[in-house]
Design a protein around this ligand. Structure first.
Ligand code: AFD
Ligand code: MN
Length: 389
């Protein structure tokens, strides 16, 4: 049985955990059918940071905010970093965007036209300049590049173009900066995607060097994929740069992390902990959009879902599990893992929150704070932030 005697160590680990929230989750979002605008949505990156600061205030474990360029373009990124710090948060990962310009219809870094590839690489290098200004460690690279029809372009040549662009970015990185290459098995391309899976991302990162790592977006796999296996392997190879947490039942991957499959999230966090990735350079980022639900509470709930999965995974009795595994006792080994998963960790997390001086119920505390009413009343006029689609 999972013993409460682990509680002090588990609590200590939970207090050091950090989940990065994405600036775009605070803005309007939707599907290709409709974006349902919500009252109080930020109009500026600064207002997004105001909202992100509430998530950190109520959870205690969301100190950094990922930016998306150009969605969060400002004249002075140093000033934006200061604005964030004054509100108790920091700017985190810089997300490039080479998927929304008309020139990128046939791809960006993999485009057959060298001029388009140069334009895309220039944007990626601009993102590294921004990292220098914000003090960000990570550049996240997701490419929508791909093809819609067999014969449209040459698979191998596109990999050569990709490698050339990644090498140019790698060359530009500072000593303490990283590039995180993210894969997605389909969408928006319908036939091939140039970075479709962990193997492709891993192969490119391996060639580039230690500063190139893979991002596992939990919504970017074919149904039924064993994501925790990928996590265990990348962590073992020293190539797990981080996560984009979200969840999905079918295609679009913008539901709250843990909402579709909390057991999978637990298994992922178990492999992270088993591989020493919890207190490491692995970035735990959310990459979600909240199309029909209130955004700030949805992000708070997502952070809590990550915490609950982590707490359960930390409660796995490693000694008993190893003994059962070595002795080939299948049922006993499975029971050890399920015992931890079936433990209600909400009381433990409530204690952690009280010990760090915040309300044990972050959602209730947010609703009591009046922030939703305040932003609805004050954020009138202007242009609400979206994701530029
Ligand atoms: C889109 C992409 C990918 C990326 C995110 C932020 O599918 O997940 O991480 O935008 O750029 O969701
Ligand atoms: Mn992502």
């Amino acid at each position: 049985m999972t013993s409460r005697s682990d509680a002090p160590a588990v609590k200590a680990a939970l207090k050091t955990q950090a989940v990065e929230t994405p600036s775009w989750a605070y803005g309007n979002s939707g599907t290709r059918f409709k974006v349902f605008a919500q009252p109080g949505v930020p109009r500026t990156p600064q207002e997004k940071l105001d909202d992100a600061a509430r998530v950190h205030e109520h959870t205690g474990v969301a100190p950094t905010v990922a930016l998306h360029i150009p969605w969060d373009k400002v004249d002075d990124y140093g000033a934006l970093a200061t604005y964030a710090k004054e509100r108790g948060v920091r700017l985190g990962t810089i997300n490039s965007n080479v998927f929304q310009d008309d020139d990128y219809k046939l791809g960006s870094v993999c485009h057959p036209d060298a001029a388009v590839r140069r334009k895309a690489v220039a944007h990626l290098l601009e993102c590294v300049d921004i990292m220098d200004a914000t003090g960000s460690r990570d550049l996240k690279l997701w490419f929508s590049d791909g093809t819609n029809y067999p014969g449209q372009d040459d698979i191998r040549s596109r990999q050569d173009r990709l490698a050339e662009a990644l090498a140019a970015v790698y060359e530009r990185l500072g000593d303490d900066q990283r590039m995180l290459l993210e894969y997605k098995f389909f969408e928006p391309a319908f036939y091939t995607t140039d970075v479709p899976d962990w193997g492709t991302a891993y192969a490119h990162c391996l060639k580039l060097g230690d500063k190139a790592q893979v991002v596992v977006d939990t919504g970017h796999h074919a149904p039924g994929t064993n994501i925790e296996f990928i996590v265990a392997l990348l962590l073992r190879e020293g190539k797990l740069g981080g996560f984009d947490f979200n969840s999905r039942f079918y295609a679009d991957d913008d539901l709250m992390v843990g909402a579709a499959d909390p057991f999978q999230l637990f298994r992922i966090m178990y492999e992270v902990i088993r591989g020493g990735g919890l207190a490491s350079d692995v970035a735990f980022m959310l990459d979600q959009c909240h199309n029909i639900e209130a955004k700030i509470p949805a992000i708070i709930r997502s952070v809590m879902n990550v915490q609950e999965a982590t707490a359960k995974a930390l409660l796995v009795d490693g000694t008993a599990l190893a003994e059962a595994q070595v002795s080939g006792d299948v049922l006993a080994a499975n029971a050890v893992l399920m015992d931890a998963y079936n433990t209600d960790v909400r009381p433990l997390l409530a204690e952690v929150r009280e010990e760090i001086g915040i309300d044990p119920d972050p959602i209730a505390a947010y609703h009591r704070s009046g922030w939703a009413q305040k932003i609805t009343e004050e954020r009138v006029g202007g242009t609400q932030a979206g994701w530029g689609a």
